[in-house]
Ligand binder design. Structure first.
Ligand code: BTN
Length: 256
C-alpha cells in the first residue's frame, strides 16, 4: 500500500497558504473532527489534515463516508477567510474535479462524478460571522477502491478513480494537486467569484437539465439555469417561477 507522507503533500512554506503544513494520521474518527479542534488557532490556518482511515467519516445531511484503509483521500483543510459558505463548497468541488482530471465533472451541491457516478464529496463545516469565517473543508476522494470495496448499496452510483480510469492513483500527488488547486480557486473566488461559477458551469453536466430537488421537505421540479455565488443553484421551475436553492438543505432526487 502506498502511504501518505507530509513531505510529498506539502505545497509550500508560506504561512497560511493551503498545504503549508500537512499532518497525516493513520486512524482518526474524522479528519473534519481533527481540523475542527484548531479553529481558534490562527497558527494552523491553511493546514491540511489527512488520514489513511476514518472510523466515523461523515458526509452531508447526516450520511456516513466510508473508505477502506489506504484506498482514498480523506482530507480536511482549516481556513479562515471571507467567502460565503455556499461558494466555498463550489470552490472545493471545482478544485477536487480539477485535481482528479478531465473526466471529472461537478454535480451540485457538493459532488464530483465520473460518468455520472460519485467519485468525491465535500463537507464544509464551520462558523461564519458577518464578514469572516473559520471553516473546515472536508474532501473525500475515492482513489484505488475495487468495486467490492465500495458499500454494496452505493455500488450502482459510486466509483473510484481506479475503477473509472483503469489506473491506480498516486494519492500523495493527487493530494498535492488538490491543495494547490484549492488555493488557486480560493484566490480567484476572493477577487472574481464569477470565474469560479464559470469553471463550475464548464464542468457541470447539470446546466440545462431538468432536475427534481427536495428542499426542506418539499419537492421542486424545473430546469437548471445557473449557479449563484450567494444563493446556490438556480432553477426555472415548471410553475414559471425562478427559484434559488441553498446547498445545505437541498438534495437532488432525479436528473432527467
Ligand atoms: C458528501 O458527499 O456527503 C461529503 C463527504 C465528505 C467526506 C470527507 S472525507 C474527509 C472529511 N472527513 C469527514 O468525515 N468527511 C469529509
Amino acid at each position: 500500500m502506498d502511504k501518505l507522507t507530509a513531505q510529498e503533500i506539502r505545497t509550500c512554506l508560506n504561512p497560511g497558504q493551503i498545504g503549508w503544513q500537512v499532518r497525516v494520521f493513520d486512524k482518526v474518527t474524522s479528519t473534519n473532527d481533527i481540523a475542527g479542534l484548531y479553529t481558534d488557532d490562527p497558527g494552523l490556518y491553511g493546514t491540511a489534515f489527512l488520514a489513511e482511515y476514518q472510523t466515523a467519516g461523515r458526509g452531508r445531511q447526516g450520511r456516513t463516508w466510508t473508505c477502506p484503509p489506504g484506498k482514498g483521500l480523506l482530507c480536511s483543510v482549516l481556513l479562515n477567510l471571507k467567502i460565503p459558505p455556499n461558494l466555498l463548497s463550489t470552490v472545493a468541488a471545482v478544485a477536487a474535479a480539477e485535481a482528479i482530471g478531465p473526466l471529472a465533472m461537478v454535480k451540485w451541491p457538493n459532488d464530483v462524478v465520473i460518468s455520472d457516478k460519485k467519485v468525491a464529496g465535500i463537507l464544509v463545516e464551520g462558523k461564519a460571522s458577518a464578514n469572516c469565517g473559520t471553516f473546515v473543508i472536508g474532501i473525500g476522494i475515492n482513489c484505488n477502491q475495487q468495486s467490492h470495496q465500495i458499500t454494496p448499496d452505493l455500488r450502482p452510483t459510486t466509483t473510484s478513480i481506479q475503477l473509472a480510469t483503469g489506473k491506480a492513483v498516486d494519492r500523495n500527488l493527487l493530494a498535492k494537486r488538490m491543495l494547490l488547486s484549492l488555493q488557486h480557486w480560493l484566490d480567484v473566488a476572493s477577487t472574481d467569484p464569477q470565474q469560479v461559477l464559470s469553471a463550475w458551469t464548464s464542468r457541470s453536466g447539470q446546466l440545462g437539465r431538468r432536475l427534481d430537488i427536495r428542499y426542506k421537505g418539499l419537492r421542486y421540479s424545473g430546469t437548471c439555469i445557473g449557479l449563484d455565488a450567494q444563493q446556490g443553484l438556480v432553477l426555472h421551475l415548471d410553475s414559471g417561477l425562478v427559484r434559488f436553492f441553498e446547498s445545505g438543505h437541498s438534495h437532488i432526487l432525479a436528473a432527467l
